[in-house]
Design a protein around this ligand. Structure first.
Ligand SMILES: NC(=O)c1ccc[n+]([C@@H]2O[C@H](COP(=O)([O-])OP(=O)(O)OC[C@H]3O[C@@H](n4cnc5c(N)ncnc54)[C@H](O)[C@@H]3O)[C@@H](O)[C@H]2O)c1
Ligand SMILES: N[C@H](CO)Cc1c[nH]c[nH+]1
Ligand SMILES: [Zn+2]
Length: 427
């Protein structure tokens, strides 16, 4: 990881750049695949599945037999761990249910707002470099709590057409039935447009690599809503001299191992901490199975030494990390000044992987600086708000003249008349 000591503010923007695929190329490739899926449906899905995942079969839907067999392959300890994570995620997301809002804005003018579940949702579970069964919990638990009626799940198969058994176990634990062996852009296109076998949904959720993220962004221009751009994982650690170098290194590596295009950033005001963290990274990296992936991600990554806490906060809000760990003495106070981050982890005993798996918060989070404007997945992501109003005869007498005045000023006579006609009927 490259170290930058006291970089002047005008250099921060350059320093905080994300690793880029050639974006124009990426979007062109993705657009072509999406058009094929839109025009040719399942036959194109099969062709792209063969090309990118080495699986060419007409059998796209996972059968009950396959799920039953998969469930037998999962150890009881893992089933127990998944059970605890599920309960925590349920608890945190159930607490997000919001009551209906009812306000009488003027006498006789009653306004209501109610949350209604999105009927059909599509969940994308990444499976390219690691089978993220935890993402099944993160996406399906809130969908079920919200009350979504149709839940479609797509995830890439291996060359033999098999889905990771733990993904299937988790999906079956949650009662999901429509599981398709399809990954990448072809899965996003299939859920956006619908194919002969894959139902079209209203909103697509889930993280993925740059291809998946670009596909979500393109289909959201016209066909469907999406949760947010949730691309290659990132973590930023804010650390002072109270941080534990081994813990900091472990957190940086935990996101670096996701993919070669992941990015991890350490920002500190402690010069002494830097070589200690570097030593720890080298020690821990050598022990990882995914060391080559993590090593590549570290090439995209940086250590930044700054003068004080104020600068550390400023650079964090400018970067808007997906995950932010604050390993500093005053972590609670510093957290109050953070306005741009997907999810924040406080103190030395809160590893980011707690949020990835089991604490209860959602791990599907905005990357690439989108945390400036987007929230991570939460219960509201699966809901629409519908507003209602009911005006009584007395109510229209109260509010009618206001509406007439405004409609006349906008020169919209018919709008005005819809009120006048009622007021006159009451004379
Ligand atoms: N932001 C978040 O909330 C979050 C959460 C979990 C994981 N992630 C990220 O999700 C990503 C998962 O990526 P992954 O690759 O392991 O799995 P993935 O399922 O996202 O991508 C695999 C698919 O990519 C497609 N693909 C691969 N190369 C292609 C090419 N050249 N052209 C077109 N399509 C191609 C294939 O169809 C394959 O099925 C990682 O980057 C990880 O960091 C993000
Ligand atoms: N850190 C990922 C989100 O960027 C989520 C995840 C799933 N499994 C492990 N990690
Ligand atoms: Zn992770």
């Amino acid at each position: 990881m490259q170290v930058f000591e006291y970089p002047p503010k005008q250099d921060w923007k350059e320093l905080l750049k994300r690793p880029e695929n050639d974006l124009s190329n990426l979007f062109d490739t993705v657009r072509d695949i999406l058009n094929d899926i839109k025009n040719k449906g399942d036959s194109a899905a099969k062709a792209y599945s063969a090309k990118f995942d080495g699986y060419a079969s007409d059998q796209l839907m996972v059968s009950t037999k396959e799920t039953d067999e998969a469930c037998l392959q999962v150890s009881s300890q893992l089933k127990e761990a998944i059970g605890v994570a599920k309960r925590n995620i349920e608890e945190f997301h159930k607490a997000q249910l919001s009551p209906e809002i009812r306000v009488e804005t003027m006498p006789g003018v009653l306004c209501r707002q109610k949350s209604v579940a999105i009927e059909k949702v599509g969940l994308y579970i990444p499976g390219g470099t690691a089978p993220l069964f935890s993402t099944v919990l993160m996406l399906a638990v809130p969908a079920l709590i919200a009350g979504c009626k149709e839940i479609v799940l797509c995830t890439p198969p291996n060359k033999e057409g098999k889905i990771n058994p733990v993904i299937l176990y988790t999906a079956s634990l949650l009662g999901l039935k429509k599981i398709f062996k399809l990954g990448g852009v072809q899965a996003i296109g299939a859920m956006a447009y619908g194919t002969e076998r894959i139902p079209k949904v209203h909103k697509i959720f889930g993280p993925g690599n740059s291809y998946v993220t670009a596909a979500k962004q393109l289909v959201s221009l016209k066909e469907v809503a999406i949760d947010m751009p949730a691309g290659p994982s990132e973590v930023q650690v804010l650390a002072d001299e109270s941080a534990n170098p081994a813990f900091v290194a472990s957190d940086l590596l935990s996101q670096a191992e996701h993919g070669t295009d992941s990015q991890v950033i350490l920002v500190t005001d402690s010069e002494m901490l830097i070589p200690r963290v570097q030593n720890e990274i080298n020690k821990q990296l050598a022990l990882l199975t995914r060391k080559e992936i993590a090593r590549k991600a570290l090439e995209n990554s940086r250590i930044i030494l700054l003068k004080n806490t104020d600068e550390m906060i400023e650079i964090t809000n400018a970067y808007a990390p997906e995950h932010l760990i604050i390993s500093m003495r005053d972590h609670d106070e510093i957290a109050d000044s953070i306005v741009n981050a997907g999810s924040v982890f406080l103190g030395n005993y809160t590893p980011e992987s707690a949020g990835d798996y089991a604490s209860g918060t959602n791990h599907t989070l905005p990357t690439h600086g989108y945390a400036k404007a987007y929230s991570g997945v939460n219960l509201d992501s699966y809901m629409k708000k519908i507003s209602y109003q009911k005006i009584t005869a007395d109510g229209i007498k109260n509010i009618g003249p206001i509406i007439e005045e405004m409609a006349a000023a906008e020169q919209l006579e018919a709008h005005k008349n819809a009120v006048t006609i009622r007021l006159e009927s009451l004379k």
